[in-house]
Design a protein around this ligand. Structure first.
Ligand SMILES: NC(=O)c1ccc[n+]([C@@H]2O[C@H](COP(=O)([O-])OP(=O)(O)OC[C@H]3O[C@@H](n4cnc5c(N)ncnc54)[C@H](O)[C@@H]3O)[C@@H](O)[C@H]2O)c1
Ligand SMILES: O=C(O)C(=O)C[C@]1(C(=O)O)C=C[C@@H](O)C=C1
Length: 300
């Protein structure tokens, strides 16, 4: 199965990055795109994010071999329903949503009997919109595919090759497992960043200008994450609710233990934990997991 025509629905950070990466790395693949926001469509046209910017989702997918839904996870169902009638019988439908179980359910429901293989490129930034995309976003990053048990092996291979062609390292995983892993490695870190930045800005004894002025080091990193798109993250937490609550329970217990250690002056507990976490950071660096984070991989 060869993928020669790709339709991208949603031309924000992820959709535009796929368009640009295809333009650069696979110029033989014809691309079409659609976004519900007319201003985004106009910008996509201006930036040449896809070969043809279409005026309807149906027009975009009519000849596609692969459709990639790049909309917030809460909009997947609506986006899938909007392509159902025009979708060619042979087409693979995939997505880039940050949570997978609820998206898999929504796509299967909106597109019964069609070839649906959900995916999640674990690559992004705190920015959003069509101007935020860049062609190297996926290089060296993982793309996790969560195919249903009865997925067509040829379609799975074609989708896997597609992501490898964009520079990603591809892994296949069960959707439920994906949601638990990403809850702890991505979703809760974002929740912590949203919380700490919110807490700091709500403090009565510290002025907002002081928070901004003295936001060095660690807090500054948190502000980057906390600047992420509100719609995207609202939808992630509403759609990965169970896994996030499960991991949040464990996190809260660990935080309480640390609180106790600080209160009782238990330096050993603090030192042990900080030593373990320092070792994990070293492993992350050794495995090259950090290289294409924004400060490294981006030209802007
Ligand atoms: N931003 C990240 O770091 C990141 C990383 C990996 C995956 N994701 C996932 O990728 C998806 C897109 O995120 P993004 O960062 O590109 O967001 P974005 O806000 O930059 O782009 C989303 C686009 O989808 C459009 N849209 C919304 N509903 C639509 C619909 N029904 N039909 C057509 N277009 C519609 C919006 O107008 C917007 O332009 C989300 O599901 C998100 O969870 C994001
Ligand atoms: O680097 C960032 O800014 C990101 O938040 C990217 C990040 C992540 O948590 O790593 C965010 C959400 C995704 O679904 C995938 C990647």
């Amino acid at each position: 199965m060869r993928i020669e025509r790709v339709a991208i629905i949603g031309l924000g950070l992820l959709g535009s990055s796929i368009g640009l990466a295809l333009r650069e790395r696979a110029p033989g693949i014809a691309t079409t795109g659609f976004d519900a926001n007319p201003n985004v469509r106009a910008k996509a046209e201006e930036l040449g994010l896809v070969g043809v910017v279409c005026e309807s989702p149906a027009e975009a997918v009519r000849e596609a071999d692969l459709v990639v839904l790049c909309v917030p996870v809460g909009a997947m169902s609506e986006a899938a329903a909007a392509i159902a009638e025009a979708l060619p019988a042979r087409a693979i439908v995939s997505d880039v949503g940050s949570s997978k179980q609820s998206v898999a359910r929504a796509l299967a429901e909106a597109l019964p009997g069609r070839c649906v293989i959900p995916a999640h490129p674990v690559a992004g930034t705190e920015e959003s919109g069509p101007e935020a995309g860049f062609a190297t976003l996926f290089v060296g990053r993982w793309c996790i595919l969560t195919p249903p048990e009865d997925a067509d092996p040829e379609a799975l291979e074609a989708l896997s090759d597609f992501w490898a062609g964009l520079g990603a390292r591809v892994e296949v995983m069960d959707a439920g497992h994906h949601d638990l892993v990403l809850a702890v490695t991505s979703h809760i870190p974002h929740l912590i960043a949203f919380t700490i930045v919110g807490t700091a800005s709500d403090l009565e004894e510290v002025t907002r200008s002081e928070v901004i002025k003295y936001s060095a080091g660690g807090f500054r990193d948190f502000t980057r994450i906390a600047a992420s798109d509100p719609v995207m993250w609202r939808d992630v937490f509403l759609n990965n609710r169970e896994a996030v609550l499960e991991m949040l329970g464990r996190f809260t217990e660990d935080l309480t233990a640390l609180q106790r250690a600080i209160r009782s002056g238990d330096g050993e507990t603090l030192h042990d934990l900080f030593s373990r976490t320092r070792a994990i950071r070293r492993q992350v660096i050794e495995q090259g997991q950090d290289e294409s984070k924004p400060d490294f991989g981006r030209s802007h």
